[in-house]
Design a protein around this ligand. Structure first.
Ligand SMILES: [Zn+2]
Ligand SMILES: [Zn+2]
Length: 245
C-alpha cells in the first residue's frame, strides 16, 4: 500500500512536470513566432523560472498523487465516471463551481502573499520574473506552491465532478497559468472589450499585477477584484488602450 501511494505521488509529479514543460514550451515557441525577441536577454530568469516550477511540480504532484491513489484504491473523493449519475446540466455547472472556488481561494491567498513578511519570504520568487514569461506559470516558492497544490485535491472531496470535467478544469488551469504570464495577449480585442470579457482574466489583466503589484489579484475572474476594488484594468503594454476597462 505504502509503495503504491509513493508510486502514485511520483507518477503524478512526473505528469505535472511534463505538463508544465509541454504547455510552457509550446507557448514559448508561439511567443518566438508572434513576438520575436520578447524573451531576448531573459535566459537566466527563464532558467530560474523552470527550476522553481519543477520544484512546484513535486509539491503539486504529491497531494494529487495521494488523492488519485485513494480514488482508485479506496473509493475516496466525489469524482465520478458514469455520465448518468448527475443531470447533464451539472457538467457545466461543476466546471464553473470549480473555477470559481479556485479563483476565490487564489484571490484571498494571493492577497495574503502580498503582506510584506510573506511577500519577502515567499511571493517575491514569483515577482522576480520581470517581466514574466511563459515559463513563469509555476514559478513559486514552495510555501506558495503548497497553497496552490491543496486546492483541487480538497475540492474533489467537496464538490462532485465528472472525471472529464476535472480534466477540463486542469487543462484550463494549465493554459491560463501559462498564457497569463507569456507577455502578449492571445485573445481578440473584441472579446476583451465584450461584457463577458470584462469579467475574465487574461494576460492583459495579470500583466498589470506584475507591473503594479497591489492590484489585479484574481486568477480566472475579475469578480473579487471588482468587489474588493482592487481591479486596475488591463496593462497598457498588452491591451488596447482606447476604451479598455
Ligand atoms: Zn503571476
Ligand atoms: Zn502577486
Amino acid at each position: 500500500m505504502t509503495l503504491a501511494v509513493i508510486l502514485s505521488a511520483l507518477a503524478m509529479t512526473a505528469i505535472v512536470a511534463l505538463r508544465y514543460l509541454a504547455a510552457s514550451g509550446l507557448f514559448a515557441l508561439a511567443t518566438a513566432r508572434v513576438r520575436p525577441g520578447l524573451y531576448v536577454r531573459l535566459g537566466p530568469q527563464i532558467r530560474r523560472e523552470i527550476g522553481w516550477s519543477l520544484l512546484s511540480a513535486a509539491i503539486y504532484g504529491i497531494p494529487a498523487g495521494v488523492v488519485a491513489w485513494g480514488w482508485q484504491a479506496r473509493g475516496w473523493t466525489l469524482i465520478y465516471t458514469e455520465w448518468s449519475i448527475y443531470p447533464l446540466w451539472y457538467l457545466p455547472l461543476s466546471l464553473v463551481l470549480y473555477l470559481f472556488a479556485h479563483d476565490t481561494w487564489f484571490y484571498w491567498t494571493h492577497r495574503w502573499m502580498h503582506r510584506p513578511r510573506l511577500f519577502r519570504i515567499a511571493h517575491a520568487v514569483h515577482h522576480s520574473s520581470r517581466p514574466p514569461t511563459a515559463w513563469a506559470a509555476m514559478s513559486f516558492h514552495p510555501i506558495e506552491a503548497l497553497t496552490g497544490a491543496v486546492v483541487i485535491p480538497a475540492l474533489v472531496f467537496l464538490i462532485p465532478i465528472h472525471v472529464a470535467v476535472l480534466g477540463l478544469v486542469l487543462a484550463i488551469m494549465t493554459v491560463m497559468g501559462v498564457t497569463n504570464h507569456m507577455g502578449w495577449e492571445m485573445f481578440p480585442r473584441a472579446l476583451l472589450r465584450s461584457r463577458l470579457g470584462g469579467w475574465l482574466i487574461t494576460a492583459s489583466h495579470h500583466q498589470r499585477h506584475h507591473e503594479n503589484y497591489a492590484c489585479n489579484y484574481g486568477l480566472y475572474f475579475r469578480v473579487w477584484d471588482r468587489l474588493c476594488e482592487t481591479d486596475r484594468g488591463l496593462s497598457d503594454a498588452l491591451a488596447p488602450p482606447a476604451g479598455a476597462t
